[in-house]
Design a protein around this ligand. Sequence first.
Ligand SMILES: N[C@@H](CCC(=O)N[C@@H](CS)C(=O)NCC(=O)O)C(=O)O
Length: 271
Amino acid sequence: MEDALCKVMVMSSSLNLARFASYLNRPTPIMPERLTLYTAKSCPFAHRVEIALAEAKADFKTYEIQDLRNKPQWYIDKVNPASKVPAIAYGGPDVPLDQPSPESLKLTESLILVELVADLFPSSNLLPTDPILRAKSRYFTEVVQSKLVPAWIGAIFSGGPLEPLYAALEAVQALLPADKPYALGDAYSAADVTVTPFLARMEVALKNDTGTFKEGEGIKAAEIIFFSERFARLARYLEALKARESFKTFNTDYITEKYRFWVAERTASHH
Ligand SMILES: N[C@@H](CCC(=O)N[C@@H](CS)C(=O)NCC(=O)O)C(=O)O
């Protein structure tokens, strides 16, 4: 309190009211606690949180769940009863990652975790302070979540048609500024984080013709999405997203192999 009063006096004495106002508006600095991310390389939802943490230059540990169909029992009991990745264990004592402490807070759901990272690390600027830009970021994510994610799952994994995917991609593309690199303009934000894993995996799947669509349909879709005028803005956007340092750990070969395996397995079970 005294400290704050002292700052008021110093600032008003220099009559720099604008600077004082911006001092008051600053988010309260938080000292982030110990953070462990439970993740899996194949999972686009978990990838969102990995990107956000990398963008925030956060100090964190990672525990990789190797086989999502056969998760260790301790994970379900002590980290996420819903049995999904991603999850974050926050705070608590320094323990082996496969023996999570009851004292750490367990948090789940990728969109909530991306916002948590943005809030814990305000200097990442993942969520801007301006209310309108925050709303725009969340609206973009809402379109990704309600349109792109289901259309992507349908077209690549569930034997659905490709048309809803084009419609969803058009909805995302329509939100992009014409001459600025990212969803909100020049500044990279949570909106960009939430779409990146899905666009990147879609590119891998279509260019390799790996999906539950008819043979050759993936290549055709890749031509339309990545090499035609119709999606030129979106394709440019994806290049900007992939150029981020936070994307560099994406392993195309691993995803290619996983997708081939899943699609072959599904095809076999439908014959
Ligand atoms: N709504 C969740 C979805 C997470 C999710 O579906 N994760 C998948 C892997 S991509 C998972 O853990 N699946 C394992 C299972 O369902 O047993 C989020 O956004 O975090």
